[in-house]
Design a protein around this ligand. Structure first.
Ligand SMILES: C[S@@+](CC[C@H](N)C(=O)[O-])C[C@H]1O[C@@H](n2cnc3c(N)ncnc32)[C@H](O)[C@@H]1O
Length: 300
């Protein structure tokens, strides 16, 4: 097993506490990844409990199957988009659940695999598909969207300040030859940003926002979020909880608004008036947790 690549679960203690786990519970991990949250959930719901783990990424599911083998009788792993979680749960004959967790985005296991094309720090193909059976890759978007569409994508999904300049340069460059690799894209982003801003403006690598935007567009990550949260709340038992960890403001804002709308409809109570954030200790131990926000709601 690729133990070194295992993703470190973010806000693990908080997730475990807020889910109010008890033996016999049926829980859905809508983004099981490499199973970090699920491992701790499973320990607390046996005997008699059941965990449904969903992921769009078959590699992560294969790793999970191996990692969580000792719990195999309590575990159902399903290759699916959490947008279809009602069907996933229905197909397993489950009507209502005792809790659900969404840990959005990608895992370090995926980020570190250069061939997946998520990382601007390693040379790899421009791919970024979470589910390798989907049709559109980062290559397709970067090489086929027109300048205006590229610019919109970078602004809408990355809030990239230099979206116009980056889109312009990408369109110019791809006239000579297609943009095929992560390094090529990252280098072009760097070139597009005015020299004096390359270091000072960004605390993060200048390509971070562009890569985030392309990944969100490839996987249509924001389009499905609200409906997935609504579907989750639909299948929660009374007093069962939904826990969501997000990693950028676009996601967090959607979760906040969806929770508010569901509260206004009298379906949930919001448990975390403001999102919880990781402790300094956690950020120090795992810097990838630094931008996470955690929101919890309870079905009425
Ligand atoms: C941050 S990781 C989860 C890590 C996991 N909690 C752990 O402890 O290992 C997010 C996971 O969600 C998956 N994912 C993202 N969007 C998804 C979607 N719409 N449906 C199903 N899985 C999705 C990704 O493939 C990735 O494995």
């Amino acid at each position: 097993m690729l133990k070194d690549n295992l993703h470190v679960p973010v806000m693990l203690e908080e997730v475990i506490d807020y889910l109010k786990l008890t033996p016999g519970a049926t829980i859905v991990d809508a983004t099981i990844g490499t199973g970090g949250h699920s491992l701790e959930i499973l320990k607390r719901i046996i005997p008699g409990g059941r965990l449904v783990g969903i992921d769009r990424d078959e590699n992560s599911l294969a790793l999970c199957r191996e990692r969580l083998a000792e719990f195999k009788d309590s575990l159902e792993l399903v290759h699916a988009n959490f947008a279809d979680l009602d069907q996933v749960v229905g197909n397993l004959g489950i009507e209502k659940i005792d809790g659900i967790v969404f840990d959005l985005g990608i895992s370090s296991y995926q980020l570190q695999d250069a061939q997946r094309g998520f990382s601007f720090q390693q040379e790899g193909p421009l791919d970024m598909r979470l589910d390798k059976s989907s049709y559109i890759s980062a290559y397709d978007l970067v090489n086929n969207l027109n300048e205006n569409e590229l610019s919109q994508m970078l602004w809408n999904f990355g809030q990239e300040r230099w979206h116009n300049r980056i889109a312009h340069l990408l369109v110019q460059e791809r006239r000579n030859e297609p943009i095929t690799t992560t390094k090529q894209l990252a280098d072009l982003v760097m070139q597009a940003i005015p020299h004096r801003y390359r270091r000072s403006y960004y605390r993060i690598h200048p390509a971070t926002r562009t890569f985030q935007a392309v990944r969100i567009a490839v996987n249509r990550e924001l389009e499905i979020l609200e409906s997935a949260v609504r579907k989750a709340v639909d299948i929660l038992k009374s007093q069962a909880r939904i826990c969501v960890i997000s990693f950028h403001s676009l996601e967090d804002r959607q979760i906040k608004h969806t929770f508010r709308a569901l509260k206004a409809d009298g379906l949930i109570d919001i448990i975390t008036a403001k999102p919880l954030t990781p402790s300094y200790g956690e950020i120090e131990a795992n810097s990838s947790s630094r931008s996470s926000k955690f929101r919890v709601a309870e079905r009425i």
